[in-house]
Design a protein around this ligand. Sequence first.
Ligand code: DQA
Length: 146
Amino acid sequence: MAREILVLNGPNLNLLGTREPDVYGSDTLDDIVANLERLADERGYEVRAMQSNVEGELVDALHAAASAGLLGVVFNPGAYTHTSIALRDAITATGLPVVETHLSNVHAREEFRHTSMLSAVCLGVVLGFGPKSYQLALDALMTHLD
Ligand code: DQA
């Protein structure tokens, strides 16, 4: 059976490439995912990617990943990072190892971005390295799974 990892992205990340490029860079989400697919393949994993602007759909995606036997999640929850008890509960409920991932250094930004509802129930957190954050997160997750 394929060893699959979910790359899950939350609200507004579909706009990467044009959204505040000074903060988030110029890579599109498709660019980022294509790169992760390559990295995963080199290590014998497959990536399944999903993006939603809807909190409940992200909860459903975590449930579905666990039911389908996916092994872990690279998750950029976008602004829901700072607000969503539902996503925190979904991570705990599924027991999936999740790496919380952010392009920007949220701690160097507005105060409301300094709190994460999710970090405490994640395997780890990678932030501040632009698109490279996703690569570092995937690398760490695969090493954990190995
Ligand atoms: C983000 C940081 C969040 O605070 C913000 O709401 C996002 C993107 C990041 O990747 O840096 O949408 O998760």
